[in-house]
Design a protein around this ligand. Structure first.
Ligand code: GLA
Length: 397
C-alpha cells in the first residue's frame, strides 16, 4: 500500500497561504492622528470598530502608522515610545485581538521613517521577529530616506518580505513607495500583497492650481489605469479613504486638503470599491455621523470591493465630464459606476452595449437600494461629483 504524504512541484504555489485573498479593509492612524497616537486611542478605535458594526462589515485591521517608535534598546530591539504605549505593543495587540480585530504596524526601508523615527534597514530579520513575537498581522513598509533607484527598492522590499516569511507568523506586507518605481510590475514578486500607486491622498476632490498634491480625482485617474495588475491576493492601493474627515486638521489636511462633501466621500467609496482597492478608513470611528456610517457600512458596496473574482474595474468611457467603469463579478453579475466629474448635475443615458454588455439586466442601485425590471440601458440624473453605482444581474428570459 502506498501512502502519498505530500505533493509539491506543480502545485507548490497552492501551498502558500493567501494573506489577502480580498483587498484588506481596516482603519489606519495616520490621517486622523498623524504622529500623535497612543494606546488608548487605538483601544477606543477597536471598541468603536466592534460597536459601530464596522468589524462585522469586514473592516478587520487596525494599522498603527508612523510615530509609534521609541528607538532601539541595548540589544538593538526596536521598542515603542513608552509615553505613547506605556503597556507595550504586545499588550495592545492582545487587546485588539480580544476584540476580534487584527493589528498592523509601520516601518521603513531606511534608517529613519518619513516622520524621522527609527526604521528597519539592516534590522529586517530582527524587527520581523519582534513584530511576529508581538502578534502583529500586517506591516506597512515605507520608502522615505532610501535611494531612488528601482533595484535598491526591489532588494529592500524583498529583504523585509523574506524576513516576515521567516518570522513564523502570517504578516500581510504592504509596499509603500507611492508608485514612483512602478511597483505594480514587481511588488507581487517581492511578496507584497498590496502596493501604493500614488502620493499621499489629501482631503479634497482634486488638485487645484498652486497646490502640488493629490485629491480623490487625481489618485483615481492614476490608479484606474492599473487594472491589469490587480489579481486575487495582490492589489493596487490608492491610499486611505478620507470619508468622514470633513474639516479635521491631520496630515490629510496638508497642501489644501480642506475637506469634501458627503457626495464626494460617497464617490470615493464607490470608485475605490470598483477598483478593488484596500478600504482603509481614517476618520474618528468613535464619532461617525450618520452620513459617514451610511457610506462606510453599505454591505452592497463593500461586496463589490470584496468580490471573490478580484477584478479591478475597467474605465470604458473616459470623457471630460462622464466616466463609466465596468467590473465583472464572481456570480456573473457586473458592477457599473457612472461618475459625473462636472460642476453641474446632468442627465446621462448609458446603453449597456456601449460598454460591451449586450444582455438585459435587473439593475440595482446599491446606494438607494432600488431595483428596476429587465433593461438594456440606464438613464437618470447624476449630481455634480456623484458616482452612481449599480449591480447588473443578467435576466435570461
Ligand atoms: C508617508 C506615507 C504615508 C504615511 C507617512 C508617515 O508619507 O506615504 O501614508 O505613512 O509617510 O510618515
Amino acid at each position: 500500500m502506498f501512502i502519498v504524504i505530500c505533493s509539491f512541484g506543480a502545485n507548490a504555489q497552492n501551498v502558500v497561504k493567501q494573506l489577502a485573498p480580498t483587498p484588506p479593509m481596516g482603519w489606519m492612524t495616520w490621517n486622523y492622528y498623524g504622529e500623535n497616537i497612543c494606546e488608548q486611542n487605538i483601544k477606543d478605535i477597536a471598541d468603536a470598530m466592534v460597536n459601530t458594526g464596522m468589524a462585522k462589515a469586514g473592516y478587520q485591521y487596525i494599522m498603527i502608522d508612523d510615530g509609534w517608535q521609541g528607538g532601539r534598546d541595548n540589544r538593538n530591539m526596536i521598542i515603542p515610545d513608552a509615553k505613547k504605549f506605556p503597556s507595550g505593543i504586545k499588550a495592545l495587540v492582545d487587546y485588539v485581538h480580544s476584540r476580534g480585530i487584527k493589528l498592523g504596524i509601520y516601518s521603513d526601508a531606511a534608517p529613519l521613517t518619513c516622520a524621522g523615527y527609527t526604521a528597519s534597514l539592516g534590522f529586517e530579520e530582527q524587527d520581523a521577529k519582534t513584530f511576529a513575537g508581538w502578534g502583529i498581522d500586517y506591516l506597512k513598509y515605507d520608502y522615505c530616506n532610501a535611494p531612488e533607484d528601482s533595484t535598491t527598492a526591489k532588494e529592500r522590499y524583498a529583504k523585509m518580505a523574506g524576513a516576515l516569511r521567516k518570522s513564523g507568523r502570517d504578516i500581510t506586507f504592504s509596499v509603500c513607495e507611492w508608485g514612483d518605481r512602478q511597483p505594480w510590475h514587481w511588488a507581487a514578486k517581492a511578496d507584497g500583497q498590496l502596493w501604493r500607486t500614488t502620493a499621499d491622498i489629501r482631503n479634497k476632490w482634486k488638485n487645484a492650481s498652486q497646490q502640488n498634491s493629490v485629491g480623490i480625482m487625481d489618485v483615481y485617474d492614476i490608479n484606474v489605469e492599473l487594472y491589469p495588475y490587480a489579481v486575487v491576493g495582490h492589489w493596487n492601493d490608492p491610499d486611505m479613504l478620507i470619508v468622514g474627515l470633513y474639516k479635521h486638521g491631520g496630515p490629510a489636511a496638508w497642501s489644501g486638503g480642506n475637506g469634501c462633501t458627503d457626495m464626494e466621500y460617497q464617490s470615493q467609496m464607490s470608485l475605490w470599491s470598483m477598483m478593488a482597492s484596500p478600504l482603509i478608513t481614517t476618520c474618528d470611528l468613535t464619532q461617525m455621523n450618520e452620513a459617514t456610517k451610511r457610506i462606510l457600512l453599505n454591505p452592497d458596496v463593500i461586496a463589490i470591493d470584496q468580490d471573490a473574482l478580484g477584478k479591478q474595474a475597467i474605465r470604458k468611457i473616459n470623457e471630460p465630464i462622464w466616466n463609466v467603469l465596468v467590473k465583472p463579478l464572481a456570480n456573473g453579475d457586473y458592477a457599473i459606476a457612472i461618475l459625473n466629474r462636472g460642476d453641474n448635475a446632468g442627465t446621462y443615458k448609458l446603453d449597456f452595449e456601449k460598454v460591451g454588455l449586450n444582455g438585459n439586466y435587473v439593475i440595482t442601485d446599491v446606494w438607494s437600494h432600488k431595483s428596476s425590471g429587465k433593461r438594456n440601458n440606464w438613464k437618470g440624473l447624476v449630481q455634480s461629483h456623484e458616482t452612481k453605482l449599480f449591480r447588473l444581474h443578467v435576466q435570461n428570459n
